[in-house]
Design a binder for this molecule. Structure first.
Ligand code: ZN
Length: 210
């Protein structure tokens, strides 16, 4: 197989990928002062030795959680493969835009190829591209499916995310370990009963089967 084209997702200016991801400028110093103010507002003694480095660490942590790593989304010409391609249980973590708390879980991604294939290892990077953002799970699911649609123009795409939201499980809204499941099915993965069943059978097994 030879690469038919290379694309640096998240780097190349003017690509569709760039327009769809929030490439924010993070003002590290401002995040540090805001974190210090937050600690103060929470009643913490900001002069406490144990908190001396906390604002910097908070700024580092948020910067990392909100900055996707650029990657080459290499696609290949497909010479006749016409079955579903599924990558199961890709781990991911993201940041809930409502509480600034993490949600984490696994992504199952499938597509029915047409003219293009993508390296399986790249699917995890596509998830990360959109997960390192202030997110809600539904939008993350849709963004991954839309990206695959636009970059690969496949006959169908399916994305299922299962995640635990700390904003829910830590606050007792939801039992610890309970999963929120979201899905986006496009093209034949949505419209063709056999393909849809195959995709859902591959992606909705219980975690015991993984
Ligand atoms: Zn939340």
């Amino acid at each position: 197989m030879t690469a038919s084209h290379l694309r640096v997702a998240g780097l190349e200016p003017g690509t569709s990928t760039l327009r769809r991801t929030a490439h924010r400028e993070i003002d590290h110093d401002a995040v540090q002062s805001a974190a210090r103010e937050l600690l103060r507002a929470l009643g913490a003694d900001v002069e406490d030795e144990g908190l001396a480095e906390t604002p910097r660490r908070v700024a580092d942590a948020y910067s990392e959680l909100l900055t996707p790593r650029p990657f080459r989304a290499t696609t290949f010409a497909n010479d006749g493969y016409d079955e579903l391609i599924v990558a199961r249980a890709i781990p991911f973590h993201s940041l809930c835009m409502h509480h600034l708390l993490p949600f984490h879980g696994v992504a199952h991604i499938g597509y029915l190829p047409d003219k293009s294939l993508i390296g399986l290892s790249k699917l995890g990077r596509v998830v990360e591209l959109f997960a390192r953002d202030l997110q809600i799970q539904e939008r993350l699911t849709t963004q991954i499916a839309d990206w695959l649609d636009e970059e690969l123009e496949p006959k169908g795409v399916g994305v299922v995310l299962e995640a635990e939201h700390l904003c829910m499980s830590l606050r007792g809204v939801q039992k610890q370990g309970a999963k929120t499941v979201t899905s986006a099915l496009h093209g034949l993965v949505r419209d063709d009963a056999r393909t849809r069943q195959e995709f859902l059978a591959l992606t909705t097994r219980t975690s015991h089967d993984q």
